[in-house]
Design a protein around this ligand. Structure first.
Ligand code: TYM
Length: 333
């Protein structure tokens, strides 16, 4: 008799805030794509997370659509993976409340992203910004994933999700699986092209600091030509050369070559030629995604069909876990 082997589960989400960047692509999305055959994958557009900073309603709606379309353009296949919009599955917000009551203020205050974001948005340090990692824990724990593919900046949030799950299981009995982070060797932390000590971010005010997945070829190459390096020459990875190291990391992540092979490929070349080569490799990788995106975004009703079907599938799983957690706490159901 042939026994069916259960695939391991994967869950991840992305915020629909602004243009998705090369950092999102190399740190997370490319791995999502690589995992969808081997694993049982669930991916969501984390719209609830995005309102921790103020959003313009018209732009926000259009960014949610475009993020969904981009996920499809990347090659995520709704027949293989569950794709949905976070707010369409109400159990995310509901479980977040249950988990909030089992999370300590002290552990939340240590989150570096809260410290960074509250400094950046000093006029709107809201409670949601503070408790954001609890909502993220709910996103994860509802689906009992084995792995959560993220960039290095989300590692701390994942650790707190594990802590919350372990505590809940200890107090009330087994409900949640303890997930492992999945952080790729290259591309896990793509840095700004203008200030390579800072993470590449879609909310950067300097447009030259990041490459958007949907930038056109000329823009991508121009941004790489302007990338900040150093005055020393020499193409190798070193702590003293954050700009060059970042470009080597990007090239390796895009081409799949090792850092060592990348260093030897460019050894002896000037920075101008090196930056052009990295820009061209990135532009070649992103061009077909942009082309597919432009087709997909035209068909809103098909997009709507896909994310609604995804939400229905996701909710079946989420409701089961949520029900179990409520029952363990003692609610009348
Ligand atoms: P977000 O939307 O900021 O980013 C989405 C994914 O992209 C990765 N990433 C990067 N990786 C490498 N270099 C960069 N410069 C870079 N910038 C972003 C992020 O690590 C992330 O994997 N809180 C999450 C979204 C979220 C989530 C979740 C993730 C909500 N619920 C549950 C995993 C599981 C966030 O703001 O990611």
């Amino acid at each position: 008799m042939c026994e069916e082997v259960q695939k391991k589960k994967v869950l991840s989400c992305i915020q629909p805030s602004g243009m998705l960047t090369l950092g999102n692509y190399l740190g997370a999305l490319k791995n999502w794509l690589n995992m969808q055959d081997e694993f049982d994958c669930t991916f969501a557009v984390a719209d609830l997370h995005a309102i921790t900073v103020r959003q313009d309603p018209v732009k926000f709606r259009s960014q949610i659509y475009s993020t969904c379309a981009l996920l499809l353009a990347l090659g995520l296949d709704p027949n293989k993976s569950t794709l949905f919009i976070q707010s369409h599955v109400p159990e995310h917000a509901a479980l977040s409340w249950l988990l909030s009551c089992n999370t300590q203020l002290g552990e939340m205050s240590r989150m570096t992203q809260f410290k960074d974001k509250s400094a950046k948005h000093a006029d709107n340090v809201n409670v949601g910004l503070f408790s954001y990692p609890v909502l993220m824990a709910a996103d994860i724990l509802l689906y009992k994933p084995d792995f959560v593919p993220v960039g290095a900046d989300q590692k701390q949030h994942l650790e707190i999700a594990r802590d919350i799950a372990e505590r809940f299981n200890r107090i009330y009995g087994e409900v949640f699986t303890i997930p492992e982070p999945y952080i790729a060797k290259t591309g896990a932390k793509v840095m700004s092209l203008q200030d390579p000590d800072k993470k590449m971010s879609k909310s950067d005010d300097n447009l030259n600091a990041y490459v958007a997945i949907l930038d056109d070829r000329d823009t991508i190459i121009r941004k790489f030509k302007r990338a900040v390096t150093d005055s020393e020459g020499g193409i190798y990875v070193s702590e003293d050369k954050p700009g060059v190291s970042n470009l080597i990391g990007i090239y390796s992540a895009v081409t799949g070559k090792t850092v060592k092979d990348t260093e030897s490929e460019f050894s002896g070349l000037g920075y101008g030629d090196f930056k052009l080569a990295v820009g061209e490799a990135v532009a070649d990788e992103l061009a077909p995604i942009k082309q597919r995106y432009e087709e997909i975004i035209k068909d809103k009703s098909e997009l709507e069909r896909i994310y609604k079907e995804g939400a229905a599938r996701a909710e079946k799983v989420a409701a089961k876990t949520y029900f179990k957690a409520m029952k363990k706490v003692g609610f009348v159901l």
